[in-house]
Design a protein around this ligand. Sequence first.
Ligand SMILES: Nc1ncnc2c1ncn2[C@@H]1O[C@H](COP(=O)(O)OP(=O)(O)OP(=O)(O)O)[C@@H](O)[C@H]1O
Length: 398
Amino acid sequence: MVSWVRGKCVGKGSFGSVNLAFNKQTGAVFAVKTASEANQVQALDNEIKILSSLSSPFIVKFLGDDVSSENSRACRNLHMEYLPGGTVADLASSTQRFADVNEETVRSFTYYFGSAIDATCGEPLLPRGSPLWMAPEVIKREYQGPESDVWSLGCTIIEMVTGKPAWEDHGVDSLSRIGFSNELPELPNFEEDIDVMERGMSSSFENIEVAARNRIGKLVAGGGVNWETKDGWVEVRSCCGHRGRGEEEELGTSSVYYSDSAWISEEGCIKREVCNSIGSELHVDGSNRSISCGICWCGAVCSGRKGGGGLGCHYGSQKVELSVEGCKRPYVCHGDYSGKQGMRINMQLAGGMKSNPNYVARKFHYISIVTSPPFVCSHHRGLCSRPIFFVPQRPDLD
Ligand SMILES: Nc1ncnc2c1ncn2[C@@H]1O[C@H](COP(=O)(O)OP(=O)(O)OP(=O)(O)O)[C@@H](O)[C@H]1O
């Protein structure tokens, strides 16, 4: 039997939680899904049965299962391949709809889902699933067939495009809505997105890179960024201060946030874990056209443009500028999107920065966010009317 150690929790599902795990003999990392309540154990047993019978490059690999005793509880464990890239839902919720999760991305994920569903054909499964993704006939316990999978796939596609589940979770009410009314999930308004794209927004990385390069060139030649407000920009957050980690301080009209893990990797991107930790601190959500977070949005860039030369930004209807001030050469990435809304992100690195941000890891001094019009910040559950600053610290990188 594999001897292993449980690591940090990486997610929770409707039954059980998922942790990182380390094989004590080999040091290999894997994911372990654990359940301890009786009904959850039954569901996990079923998942173990199904997963162990499948072999497909499109389905997470089954590595084994066992029972452990933890804190005087018996835990049922499913060992599986660890997938560090996050879920599609993470991708969708950390990006502007139809910008990073664009049609091409949606299409390719849909292809993978289809291939995965294909691999599960053969043995008829008991009617089951995650409730909000279940087809009406499955909820009514009438029937579960390939058509029901198509419904669930449709819900997943809506979620990919909008970043939100197709149905809001109101417990039993949602189930009766899905199963017993004729209501359909709201379909994303693709026309509007296409319209926005046609008005000068391009989702191609090439265009973004060219725009960013031009912008940087201008800034270098021009000796700095002009952050003075123009064109109806509204500064919703400003000011700065210092405090302990994880604390929030009200400084007059300002909020200051601290975190210990925001830093630029060698690739010039902000790492995904960082995005997550920061994302929980500041989750900016501009009336559904949002950028998840001043930093979080870079996570998507990382995954799309690994090593792609810096802090790219490509957000659909948002104008995004990212500037590193207080360094010899301010680094600005301009998303080149001029939609209805605008956003400006101003990042300052402590202690300056080399001209090429790609090879040096530095801590951020602060990040301020300026938008036009102001966007909604779910951290405060309301419109951001006050300035926000991050002061992420990572002393070991200094
Ligand atoms: N193999 C894995 N590698 C990395 N993270 C994982 C892995 N499996 C699950 N996770 C993380 O754990 C979360 C919970 O996974 P889990 O399979 O328990 O539930 P789910 O499929 O997301 O939801 P539900 O149980 O409602 O169907 C996922 O959303 C994901 O973030």
